[in-house]
Design a protein around this ligand. Structure first.
Ligand code: BT5
Length: 320
C-alpha cells in the first residue's frame, strides 16, 4: 500500500491530491493514508502536506532504499536481494551472517551509517550518515580459496570504472585495496572469506566510498589523507546512480573473471594503477622496506625492485 501511495503521489507531482481522494482511489482508510505518508516522510521522501489541499510530492528520497535501488538496478545478479539499514555496526558483519545462513549470491547489504565500520587489521572505517556508500556484496565464486585475494583487485577495477564514468573525477587504484583521487583515499575495500580446504563458501566484498563529504566532515586523523568524490569533482554526486553503476561494473568484472580468468582484469588493474612505477615504502606483515613497485604477478602480489632483487608482497600496506 505504501508503494501504491508513493506511486500515486509521484504521478501527480504537479498538483495536490487530498487524503480523501487517495483513500477512495486506493480503497484504504484516511488514517492508513496518513500513517503511510508519515512513514514515507520518515524514509526521507519530501512530501508536503497542506491542511485543505492535501499532499504533494516534492522530492525523491536521498536514501538508498531497497525499492529505489531495485527501480534503478541494471545488474541482474548483484542486488537481487537487498538488506537495508539506516544504521548498523558494519555491513560486512551483516553480510557474513546472511552468507553463513545461505543467502543467494549477489545479496547486498547497504547502510546509511556504520557505527563501527571496519578496515583491514582491526582498523576503523569512518562512515557518516548519508554521505557515502557503505556496501557489502556476497559472492560465491567457483574458484579456489587462494584466488580469493584477487577479488579485491577485481572489485577495485569495477569500482574505479563506475566512479570514473559517473563522476569523471580521474581516480586511480593503489595496491592493494584503495582508490585514490588527487593522492587522497576515496574508496576502501575489505574482502572477507569463508572457505574449506578446496572450495570457497562465500566471499564478502565490503566497499566504502566517500561520496558527498565536505572537508570539515572528516575527523582530524584522516583529514589530510582522505577526500570525497564531491570534493574531487566539485559537485554533489547522486549516490543512487553511483551505487547502481558500481553493482553493474562489479557484475561485469566478475563475469569476465568467471569466463576468462583474472588475466584481463589484472591487465586493466595495471593500466589504472597509481602504485606501479613509484618508489614505495612497504609495511609488510613481518618486514618493512623500500623499493620500486614494478609489477603485480598472476596472484595479485606486488613486485618490488630492491638492491637485493625482486621482493614479492602478497599482503600489507604501501605508502607512495
Ligand atoms: C580499508 O581498510 O580501506 C577497507 C575499508 C572498507 C570499508 C567498507 S564500508 C562497507 C564495509 N563494511 C565495513 O565494516 N567495512 C567495509 P584499510 O586499508 O585498513 O584502511 C583503513 C584506514 O583508512 C583507517 O585506519 C584510516 O586511516 C583510514 N580511513 C578510515 N575511514 C576512512 C574514510 N572514510 N576515508 C578515507 N580513509 C579512511
Amino acid at each position: 500500500m505504501r508503494t501504491a501511495i508513493l506511486e500515486l503521489l509521484k504521478k501527480n507531482s504537479d498538483q495536490y491530491i487530498s487524503g480523501e481522494n487517495i483513500s477512495q482511489l486506493l480503497k484504504v482508510s484516511r488514517t492508513a493514508v496518513w500513517k503511510h505518508i508519515r512513514a514515507l516522510k520518515q524514509a526521507g521522501y519530501e512530501i508536503e502536506a497542506h491542511p485543505r489541499l492535501g499532499y504533494v510530492f516534492r522530492q525523491m528520497t536521498e536514501r538508498l532504499l531497497p525499492g529505489e535501488i531495485k527501480a534503478h538496478l541494471t545488474s541482474s545478479v548483484l542486488g537481487r536481494e537487498i538488506h537495508y539499514f539506516s544504521e548498523i555496526d558494519s555491513t560486512n558483519n551483516a553480510a557474513k551472517k546472511l552468507a553463513a545462513d545461505g543467502c543467494p549470491e549477489g545479496t547486498i547489504v547497504v547502510a546509511e551509517e556504520q557505527l563501527t565500520g571496519r578496515g583491514r587489521l582491526a582498523r576503523g572505517w569512518y562512515s557518516p550518515f548519508g554521505k557515502g556508500i557503505w556496501l557489502s556484496v556476497v559472492l560465491r565464486p567457483p574458484f579456489a580459496p587462494m584466488e580469493a585475494a584477487k577479488c579485491t583487485l577485481m572489485a577495485a577495477v569495477g569500482i574505479n570504472r563506475a566512479i570514473n564514468a559517473v563522476t569523471g573525477a580521474g581516480c586511480g587504484i593503489k595496491w592493494p585495496n584503495d582508490i585514490l583521487c588527487k593522492g587522497r583515499k576515496v574508496v576502501g575495500i575489505l574482502t572477507e572469506m569463508s572457505a574449506e580446504m578446496d572450495a570457497i563458501n562465500y566471499v564478502v566484498i565490503g566497499i566504502g566510498v566517500n561520496v558527498n563529504m565536505e572537508e570539515q566532515d572528516f575527523p582530524e586523523e584522516i583529514a589530510a589523507t582522505a577526500t570525497s568524490l564531491a570534493m574531487a569533482a566539485g559537485c554533489r554526486i547522486p549516490r543512487m546512480k553511483l551505487l547502481t553503476a558500481i553493482l553493474a561494473e562489479l557484475e561485469n568484472v566478475y563475469s569476465t573473471v568467471k569466463t576468462s580468468g583474472f588475466a584481463p582484469i589484472l591487465a586493466e588493474w595495471k593500466s589504472q594503477s597509481i602504485t606501479l612505477g613509484q618508489q614505495v615504502a612497504v609495511n609488510g606483515i613481518d618486514r618493512n622496506f623500500t623499493g620500486l613497485a614494478v609489477d603485480i604477478d598472476a596472484d595479485g602480489a606486488l613486485l618490488i625492485k630492491t638492491p637485493q632483487g625482486i621482493e614479492r608482497v602478497l599482503a600489507g600496506d604501501v605508502s607512495i
